[in-house]
Write a protein that binds this ligand. Sequence first.
Ligand code: NOS
Ligand code: ZN
Length: 364
Amino acid sequence: MPAPLTSETIRSAPKVLLHDHLDGGLRAATLIDLAEQTGYRDLPTTDVADLARWFSESAYSGSLERYLETFTHTVGVMQTREALIRVASECAQDLAADGVVYAEVRFAPELHVEQGLSLAETVQAVLDGFRAGSAVAADRGEFIRVRLLLTAMRHAARSREIAELAVQFRDQEVAGFDIAGAEAGFPPTRHLDAFEYLRRENAHFTIHAGEAFGLPSIWEAIQWCGADRLGHGVRIVDDISFDRAGEPVLGRLAQYVRDRRIPLEMAPTSNVQTGAAASIAEHPIGLLARLQFRVTVNTDNRLMSGCTMTSEMTALAQAFDYGWDRLQWFTVNAMKSAFLPFDERLEIIETVIKPGYRRLLEQG
Ligand SMILES: O=c1[nH]cnc2c1ncn2[C@@H]1O[C@H](CO)[C@@H](O)[C@H]1O
Ligand SMILES: [Zn+2]
């Protein structure tokens, strides 16, 4: 008899996370501590529960631009080596405790240089924090591998520099590159130079696209920029219609995305908060999974969305009546899509993910 799907059993299942922002995943208590230590005075409240609530309420804004305003506070306290190490270490520990066995966490170095750190120093601090946090988790018997993605902000003009930094650190657990920030008005082709450079360097990158803007953004990300994966990509459903019999009909771009197995890094709660989806039950992930797009499940911002990998998977299981087979499928999809060498991906699938789900299927 398979184990029942509850928060507890889903927590114990191996999970893979490809899209998580370091500055969107602080513990509320840590944010308050760091604000005190670094002299940051602008927090809306210094009560842990109130602050956590303030973030998730503010994030339910229906607009990406307003959703992003809350990052002022997290970025505001992440300006020293010590703060970055602590946040990164706790991130690795929290993900491991959530049953995440492999994670790619991203942050934007250019946002953390206000108090004199160099771009490279911010990266080094975060990597040191991940190593420390993974070691603490391992001592508790929780094993996690964490890789870093470097993000450039799409409204700024430092993407080429950040791309070079990603290549410089590629042998030290930096697995790839990304662009994030407001999407409307900032098409990915603004950063073509960075993407062309990365392709020449045989480096991997993902692009936030199809979250707050539609198909043109996805098309540019794939066909002009050559993205390996899409951050969210929710709006790809705009290229899927239904015939009179109710059968889905894929447009050329949707077909291309599915044919090429382009991974979609979807984050259900975040997508509802920014208005990219109406509700979890109406989230395009249901249709896209049914049509066998390479869909993955992600947290995006654990603090702002008040979520974990466990809560996102649990919410999907409830909304779409998913069983272990579907949760394993999401997890294997994510592992296949990771920016880790092929042999390492395969090893995690065969030695960690499949045995983990087999145990849950055979339990009871
Ligand atoms: O869902 C998102 N869409 C676009 N940008 C985002 C999202 N979540 C976070 N960031 C942006 O990425 C920066 C680096 O981590 C954050 O500071 C935030 O501005
Ligand atoms: Zn994101």
